[in-house]
Design a protein around this ligand. Structure first.
Ligand SMILES: C[S@@+](CC[C@H](N)C(=O)[O-])C[C@H]1O[C@@H](n2cnc3c(N)ncnc32)[C@H](O)[C@@H]1O
Length: 246
């Protein structure tokens, strides 16, 4: 598949992995605690990690006793995930919209900041519901309204003193793609109104159990110049959906 149709991920994979290896507080401090709490006790569960990247969250779940299958459309992500993982986890190159698994193969599906990267999100959500067993759970973290930034803007608008002033949003109500560039990474992200994501999960027959817009649970980072923005705007949504029992 040409890289353009993969959203630029092949060309950016190595730089993205190095960037993540430097540590991403959005994950380690803000999202990991919520994601792990919503996944619950995972020991012995069969877990699908949709858009697993270099496998970080799959490894965290394996440390807690889960058996993970990580899929990602980007070869370098899967190869690196395999190299870094000493557990029994499996990794496969696959498009989230056409999963290579039988119906009802998993107890839990996780999607960790991946939906914004997937072109056909409705097909991916239908696939998640299909491969989940009745009574199983989907836990998803995604970029919230912040994916609707005007073209060419990335993050906050800052004053001359470097302080954050506001976070620009435009065209929230229409689905559209934007090319994002930062730290040598160049990828495509897709914005969809939250209502469209919710409708896709409901149309897949899933039931919403938990909805959160996480902010840190402590005040410890309020004065931190990198993290104070967490208290001003929740940039992520985290949800738990259930597939009704048969
Ligand atoms: C922002 S990264 C997140 C990776 C990982 N979940 C994490 O938290 O580190 C998004 C990932 O989605 C993958 N991706 C993009 N389009 C995809 C698709 N159609 N199917 C499966 N994975 C896809 C990319 O290759 C990339 O690894």
């Amino acid at each position: 598949m040409p890289d353009e149709s993969l959203g630029g991920w092949n060309a950016s994979a190595r730089v993205y992995i190095n960037f993540q290896d430097a540590g991403d507080p959005n994950r380690t401090i803000l999202l990991d605690p919520v994601m792990l709490r919503l996944c619950g006790k995972v020991a012995g569960l069969r877990v699908l990690d949709l858009g697993c990247g270099e496998g970080r969250f799959s490894r965290m779940l394996a440390e807690r006793g889960a058996y993970c299958a990580g899929i990602d459309v980007t070869r370098e992500m899967c190869v690196t995930a395999r190299e870094r993982d000493a557990s029994a986890n499996l990794y496969a190159i696959s498009d989230a919209a056409t999963l290579p698994f039988a119906d009802a193969s998993f107890d839990l599906v996780v999607s960790y900041i991946t939906l914004v990267d997937i072109p056909d999100y409705r097909a991916a959500i239908l696939e998640c519901a299909r491969v989940l067993r009745p009574g199983g759970t989907v836990v998803v973290a995604n970029i919230g309204f912040g994916s609707a930034q005007p073209s060419g803007v990335f993050g906050w608008i800052r004053g001359d003193d470097g302080k954050r002033q506001y976070y620009p949003i435009d065209n929230y109500g229409t689905e559209h793609a934007e090319t994002l560039e930062w730290a040598g990474i160049r990828i495509k992200n897709y914005h969809r109104p939250l209502a469209n994501y919710m409708r896709a999960y409901l149309d897949a027959g899933l039931t919403l159990r938990v909805f959160e817009e996480p902010i840190p649970e402590t005040d410890a980072y309020r004065d931190d110049p990198y993290m104070e923005d967490w208290y001003r705007l929740p940039l992520f949504t985290v949800m738990r959906w259930h597939k009704p029992p048969a």
